[in-house]
Design a protein around this ligand. Structure first.
Ligand SMILES: Cc1ncc(COP(=O)(O)O)c(C=O)c1O
Ligand SMILES: [Zn+2]
Length: 396
């Protein structure tokens, strides 16, 4: 495993020494990337070693990419190496099934690494504002690491997220408001309480953990890029992490082809990224009156919006807003016709696929990966309500 050479600011490119835990760029408050000297693992021999190493142990998950991850003892619950499912109906569409992760969502990857590094640095108390799944994941990894988790989630968070956080023994605060209000509460209290803030893009390791999705999708497609990647975007950690992975894969000589078009999907009830993308803006404006049942997409303004928008542009991608009606229709469609119970966020991706096929932005022969970022089962309360499903009263 490589040692971290330095951190690099995503905005002003400042080099920040890797001498301990870091938050954001000390100069401009931009998000930091982890940088290594990867020369020792360049070339396909090191790449092929990944498979050989993984075959030697019962389970490695995302840690099969330890040769490009920070040198620290992992806190792991089996995250990563999730299924890549070919659609039964669209031969060139693959679902990357992140619902198979521990805690039922892709948030496991970023928080496994953030907690690994927190333990490595000797941090004792972590705090997070979350739309729900990140809170559950932080609770689980903190429990595994023996670290305190302080969780701030909106009061109307999916019930599973609330229950799991309590079960893991986290300190949970329900907030009357959105993730942005939760973030403000963490920021106000962290100094006094001695919490390290693991908010989206305000520390470098959640992006670094989520970059494994980029390595994985390329490896699972035979070390070749797909034509497009669909990513339901809240804070954009996974999109940013995958783009970082693609840069590294090219530097390492591990991948063939042209980088995919990156597609960010949001709900029409909270669509700051599609709006900014359409306007050609380099940053987004906070969305007002946020309303969508895809709770992971209820992010009025992403801290790393400038990075997301840049990636969409340079990749020749786009940003799509789909309505809650379209999301629900696509969720039912994939459940009934494919046997896949998508999360509302994942179903925003499949709905966007229908939309981009209809407009001709994508062709049926384009090979693409749609991220189902969480398991539909984590949303039974939300989906039951949206579909009007009620348990019939028991008769005696
Ligand atoms: C299931 C699901 N999908 C997508 C997202 C958005 O993720 P990101 O903040 O990495 O854009 C979230 C965030 O909570 C989520 O829980
Ligand atoms: Zn900076």
């Amino acid at each position: 495993m490589p040692t971290i050479d330095h951190f690099e600011c995503s905005r002003c490119k400042e080099r920040v020494p890797a001498d301990g835990p870091r938050t954001v760029c000390p100069k401009c408050a931009g998000s930091l990337y982890v940088r290594y000297d990867l020369r020792a693992v360049r070339g396909v021999a090191s790449r092929d070693e990944i498979r050989t190493q993984a075959a030697r142990v019962p389970w490695l998950g995302m840690w099969r990419y330890r040769s490009v991850m920070p040198d620290a003892e992992p806190v792991t619950l089996g995250e990563g190496w999730t299924p890549m499912l070919q659609s039964r109906r669209y031969a060139n569409a693959y679902i990357k099934e992140e619902g198979a992760n521990p805690t039922g969502s892709f948030k496991a990857r970023g928080l496994a690494l953030a907690v690994t590094m927190a333990r490595h640095y000797g941090l004792r108390k972590l705090a997070i504002p979350s739309a729900g799944n990140a809170a559950g994941a932080l609770g689980a990894y903190c429990a595994a690491a023996g670290i305190e988790a302080h969780i701030f989630v909106p009061r109307d968070v999916p019930f599973a997220n609330y229950v799991e956080a309590i079960v893991y023994g986290a300190h949970v605060t329900l907030v009357d408001g959105l993730i942005s209000d939760c973030g403000r509460m963490v920021a106000e209290r962290k100094e006094k309480e001695g919490w390290f803030d693991v908010s989206t893009l305000k520390e470098p390791f959640r992006v670094e953990g989520k970059k494994t999705m980029g390595y994985e999708l390329v490896e699972q497609l035979g070390w070749e890029y797909p034509d497009a990647v669909f990513y339901p975007t809240g804070g954009g950690v996974g999109l940013i992490g995958m783009w970082k992975a693609f840069g590294e894969l090219e530097e390492l000589g591990w991948v063939r082809g042209k980088r995919p078009r990156m597609i960010a999907i949001q709900s029409a009830g909270c669509a700051p990224i599609p709006r900014a993308f359409e306007q050609g803006a380099t940053a987004s404006e906070a969305w007002r009156d946020t309303a969508t049942f895809a709770s992971g997409l209820r992010v009025p303004k992403a801290y790393g919006d400038y990075i997301i928008l840049e990636i969409l542009r340079v990749s020749g991608g786009t940003a799509v807003a789909v309505s809650d009606e379209e999301i629900l229709a696509s969720l039912k469609d994939w459940a009934r016709n494919e046997g896949i119970f998508l999360s509302p966020e994942g179903a925003a991706g499949t709905a966007a696929y229908d939309h981009l096929l209809a407009t001709g932005f994508l062709k049926p022969e384009d090979r693409l990966v749609i991220f189902n970022t969480g398991a539909g089962l984590k949303y039974v309360d939300v989906i039951a309500e949206a579909m009007g499903i009620r348990r019939p009263p028991t008769t005696r």
